[in-house]
Design a protein around this ligand. Sequence first.
Ligand SMILES: C[S@@+](CC[C@H](N)C(=O)[O-])C[C@H]1O[C@@H](n2cnc3c(N)ncnc32)[C@H](O)[C@@H]1O
Length: 222
Amino acid sequence: MSTGHVELARAQQERWQTEYARHPHLHGTQPSAAARWAAEAFGAAGIDDVLELGAGQGRDALFLAQQGFSVHATDFSESALDQLRLDAQREGLDDRVTAALHDVRDPLPPADATVNAVFANILLNMAFSRAELRSLVGEIHRVLRPGGLFVYAVWSADDPCSGHWRELADGLSEHDGFAGRFFDDALIDELADRWRLDDTTSYAEGPRRMRRVALAKPNPAS
Ligand SMILES: C[S@@+](CC[C@H](N)C(=O)[O-])C[C@H]1O[C@@H](n2cnc3c(N)ncnc32)[C@H](O)[C@@H]1O
């Protein structure tokens, strides 16, 4: 895609590759708070398969598989996915977890209206331009079936670090080599255009203030 920060994105991809190669469980092995919540929401909706974007080394993919979901996990770091596959095999979950390299700035592989649920923890707040974010959320809308669910969690604009990181262009900021964006209500609402906005809870996770957002693709038949 030509709408984003190509050099920044390439540098970020290298950075993630390096960090994941150094640390087999960079984000730990416990599931995120958002994954725990999403498992309840997807289960209550009768959903049993999930597409996870920006899955990293798979702490949430493995958790969702342990909860009985079939998970297709993607990330743009091959070294993260290698670890995810290894752990899935070790835990006997490889029949329920598949993994594939994918950069979410490219169109999503699934055909229109074929996916039941999409999950993304701490992905949308990475180094994407606003145009890339709109395009990604549009792609998720395209691949979801009517009534399908999209749950994502991002850094909140309420986080104490927001405003202290080095400012980059387009609302992005940088700290210690990682670029990201802190989400406010205006951006959450902008991305919820064409969706039913079911949840925008604020919560704390480790040192971070987070926002969890649940979107449903409207089903004209209901
Ligand atoms: C903060 S980590 C979160 C990983 C995982 N969701 C978790 O909670 O453990 C952000 C992840 O997004 C991935 N990522 C960043 N930009 C991406 C892109 N353009 N396409 C796919 N994955 C990307 C990184 O490789 C990294 O694994």
